[in-house]
Design a protein. Structure first.
Length: 380
């Protein structure tokens, strides 16, 4: 039985953390002994509780923030006790989790990293990054775009890196919707979204962070509201930009038509209760939430950044626009609102596309990395 630690020092729960949850659950189902390690940050409580409900083992570190050196000492203790074969570090940004690389001896425990959001680093951070890469046995990127970016930044990774696209547990997702009724949809729209039965609901699920481009979505939504009084915008997620977005909504005089719902548990049903999914990111390594929107058979409007075009094929199973272009975003939203046949076509083809990203393929490729490295470790 492989003994695996999945570690992150993330302060918020987003797509990368959802990836950790799905990976941990599937590995556990496949007979691996998996422990997730993260901080006690309150913003992670709901994510941790969801994992525990699925039977995951979670250890939370008593640390104040990602720079707290107690990460190192507490993680060392956990490693001594659990004796993992693999320490799989999930980097929500390229400079994250720095203490974890010095918590274990690479001669005894193989370190695997997943780069969820790579970008260039400068000065001291870049030097530290190069040192952590030397201690890393294998690097995983979640898109071809991120792979090429990492190889450009760190040519020495050639031969020690692979692309493993994020995946979705499609069977579990669709099972959750088997008994989804029109009555349940009406309840969610009325009680949670606070919208009327005939309103057109645009939904976006993202961490409230500048890289997600929600500022441009709000600006675009103002133009939409000028032509469509029935349009409503639902934003699901938490993050540091929350107050800024709330102020912008008031400034644009559209606050009464925006619902900022924070973290929500039942994403499949929230999506199924909406009419259009929009992801306006200015930076996006992959876009796991796009798979969820496709699984819920929602038409998708997203930006041409990062790994998104590896999921969404423009004008085939979704519509792509340039990032940071509020006017183009509003034009495409209005076009989709008024064109139901196109929405239905995109929904149908999107649902077909998501089958290419089943979680089992993602987990199988990850297990191959683990098994190869663990075998190498034992042979020494």
């Amino acid at each position: 039985m492989r003994n695996i630690i999945l570690y992150t020092d993330t302060p918020i729960a987003g797509g990368a953390e959802k990836h950790i949850h799905l990976l941990a659950r599937q590995l556990t189902n496949d007979g691996y002994n998996v422990t997730v390690v993260c901080s006690r940050n309150k913003s992670l409580d709901a994510w941790v509780e969801d994992m525990k409900k699925d039977g995951m083992k979670v250890i939370r570190l008593n640390v104040s923030h990602k720079h707290d050196p107690r990460h190192l000492f507490q993680l060392r203790k956990i490693i001594r006790e659990l004796k993992p074969d693999i320490l799989h570090i999930h980097l929500w940004n390229p400079g994250a989790c720095r203490y974890a690389f010095w918590s274990a001896s690479p001669k005894k425990i193989k370190i695997v990293t997943t780069e969820h959001d790579p970008f260039p680093l400068k000065s001291l951070k870049k030097r530290i990054k190069k040192k952590t890469l030397k201690r890393t046995a294998h690097t995983i990127t979640v898109s071809e775009t991120s792979y090429n970016q990492m190889l450009t930044l760190y040519p020495g990774l050639k031969g020690k890196m692979s692309v493993i696209h994020n995946g979705i547990d499609l069977a579990a997702f669709e099972k959750d919707l088997v008994h989804f009724s029109n009555q349940e949809k009406a309840r969610i729209r009325q009680q949670i979204m606070k919208v009327d039965a005939n309103d057109f609901v645009i939904v976006s699920i993202a961490a409230l962070h500048p890289r997600k481009g929600l500022k441009f979505l709000l600006e675009a939504f103002k133009e939409v509201c000028e032509q469509r009084n029935d349009a409503r915008l639902v934003i699901i997620g938490e993050g540091p930009q929350k107050k800024e977005l709330e102020k912008l909504g008031k400034k644009l005089k559209i606050s009464e038509k925006i619902r900022m719902l924070g973290w929500q548990e039942n994403i499949p049903r929230m999506l199924k209760s909406s009419d259009l999914f929009v992801l306006p990111s200015v930076k996006e390594a992959f876009g796991l939430v796009l798979l969820e929107a496709m699984a819920a058979q929602l038409p998708i409007l997203a930006t041409k950044v990062g790994g998104i075009p590896e999921i969404v094929q423009d004008k085939k199973n979704g519509i792509l626009v340039e990032p940071g272009k509020s006017r183009e975003l509003s034009e495409k939203i209005l076009m989709l609102i008024s064109n139901k046949p196109l929405r239905e076509k995109l929904s149908f083809l999107g649902h077909h596309r998501v089958k290419d990203f089943d979680i089992r393929e993602m987990v199988q490729k990850t297990k191959m990395v683990y098994d190869q490295l663990a075998g190498t470790l034992k042979s020494k």
